[in-house]
Write a protein that binds this ligand. Structure first.
Ligand code: SDX
Length: 426
């Protein structure tokens, strides 16, 4: 019996089995159960993968208990305060922070590649007014594969670079076009004189031949939001992306699937749900009624923006966003009843036994929605903002799996509880 194994005894037959312990560079070790079925004839069961590591990764580390998040070893507070989103995207995709020259070249690449094939616009014409931008964006990204069909095979470092830069650069343009089309507005093309985040805000807000003022504090706030959303270990949408990478599907299909998974209100759709929920509550005197609903086991109502599978303490991103929210609203002179409602919810929930005992703290979505609203970004675009931020992470995760020496297709098993064999009644 080695000290680097876990021994399991099956009390039904007295047999014991040893499984190897694999150690992380930081954080929990894992038990390698890849031979568990072969050795025991049984599957392991872990609905929602609460205790299951699906892969080895060098990209992002989270310590849920300590409220810690690192991108390739750099703490999220450092990245948010000292670096830009393009620094972050470069770090996630290429593994190291860029030098000044590398960052300048990357920024230039982003500008040059920000245009999409004119043919994509015909796809957008097919959508009805008010089509949700997430639906348009998911379709648009998948459609990119038909325009860049000679780039679907990604095998060499240059091909990875081309693919990564192309998708990161085009997603904001597709996102802005999605919003403009769904609201019947003229599309605004990328402006090669603007930086990544300023360009996106301009494509959202500008009108043909009309200059719109974009305040530095607005651009910095949105750039930081992108940075905070850039990657987050093996969350649901990243798991979707990696599943497609394991089938050797091309990155456009994988990112489109990631967008679909992120759209769910339990995941990236939560930021839009938070605002809708705050608007529904409306005033601080109604907060207690909804806190009671959130605690009622018989009521499906959940407090949007609260709780997290990993963080059982403050989400470090939420801490940073709360500071940005307060600074931005002060600078922009926005006082909002919604902020009062949000502050009251937070105050009650952080002292209420129901939330404290379950480790339910405000997560990234609890604050991002109010900031996006202060930036005059429409609610239906909140999850799209999440997509723009998360795309470098998805690409880094797709590439990491795709470059493994051996790639095992994702194919979990199940606990079958359906009917045993039966013959049709004559
Ligand atoms: C994101 O995974 C990631 O990293 C995601 C993300 C990323 O960057 O990719 O961080 C982004 O998705 C953040 C989460 C955004 N979602 C929301 O804010 C939606 C509201 N939150 C919940 O739906 C929930 O907290 C989840 C989905 C986020 C986490 O669910 P879990 O880990 O599966 O927890 P659970 O459902 O097992 O809940 C544990 C207990 C339950 O009560 P008991 O059965 O123990 O009595 O906590 C309760 C739940 O009922 N609970 C809530 C609650 N969240 C959990 N009760 C009220 N309101 C809530 N929000």
């Amino acid at each position: 019996m080695s000290k680097d194994t876990i021994t399991i005894t099956n009390n039904r037959n007295g047999k014991t089995y040893d499984f190897n312990i694999l150690d992380a560079s930081v954080g929990p070790s894992v038990v390698d159960i890849s031979t568990f079925y072969k050795e025991t004839g049984m599957f392991t069961y872990d609905e929602g993968y609460t205790s299951t590591a699906s892969c080895k990764s060098e990209i992002t580390y989270i310590d849920g208990g300590a409220g810690k998040l690192m991108y390739r070893g750099y703490d999220i507070a450092y990245m948010a305060k000292e670096k830009t989103f393009l620094d972050t995207a470069y770090l996630l995709v290429y593994g190291e922070l860029p030098t000044k020259d590398e960052l300048d070249n990357f920024a230039l690449e982003m500008q040059k590649r920000s245009f999409v094939h004119e043919g994509v616009k015909k796809l957008f014409d097919a959508f009805p007014d008010r089509a949700h931008p997430m639906a348009i964006l998911s379709a648009g990204v998948s459609a990119l594969s038909t325009f860049y069909y000679n780039h679907l095979e990604v095998n060499t470092p240059q091909e990875y670079k081309e693919m990564a830069n192309r998708i990161i650069a085009k997603i904001p343009t597709l996102a802005a076009f999605s919003y403009r089309y769904s609201n019947g507005l003229p599309i605004i093309y990328p402006d090669l004189n603007k930086g990544f985040t300023e360009n996106f805000l301009n494509m959202l807000r500008a009108y043909p031949h009309e200059y719109v003022e974009l305040k530095d504090i607005e651009i910095k706030a949105l750039d930081t939001i992108f940075t905070l959303h850039a990657d987050h270990e093996q969350n649901a949408s990243t798991t979707a992306v990696r599943n497609l990478a394991s089938t050797m599907a091309h990155p456009y299909a994988a990112i489109s699937a990631g967008i679909g998974a992120l759209w769910g209100r339990s995941h990236g759709g939560a930021n839009e749900s938070v605002i809708r929920q705050l608007e529904m509550i409306g005033t601080v005197d109604r907060v207690d009624e909804f806190i009671a609903k959130a605690k009622d086991k018989n009521d499906p109502f959940r407090l949007m923006g609260f709780g997290h599978r990993v963080y059982k303490n403050f989400d470090p991103r939420a801490t940073i966003l709360k500071e940005i929210r307060n600074e931005l609203m002060g600078e922009l002179g926005i006082s909002s009843e919604l902020v009062e409602v949000a502050n009251k919810i937070e105050k009650i929930a952080l002292s209420d036994e129901y939330f404290v005992s379950r480790g339910l703290y405000p997560n990234i979505d609890f604050y991002s929605g109010l900031i996006l609203q202060a930036l005059k970004i429409p609610k239906e675009m909140f999850a799209v903002i999440f997509v723009i931020g998360r795309t470098p992470g998805w690409i880094a995760q797709w590439s990491e799996l795709h470059q493994q020496k051996t790639i095992k297709i994702a194919r979990p098993r199940q606990l079958y509880v359906g009917p045993t064999e039966r013959t049709p009644k004559s």
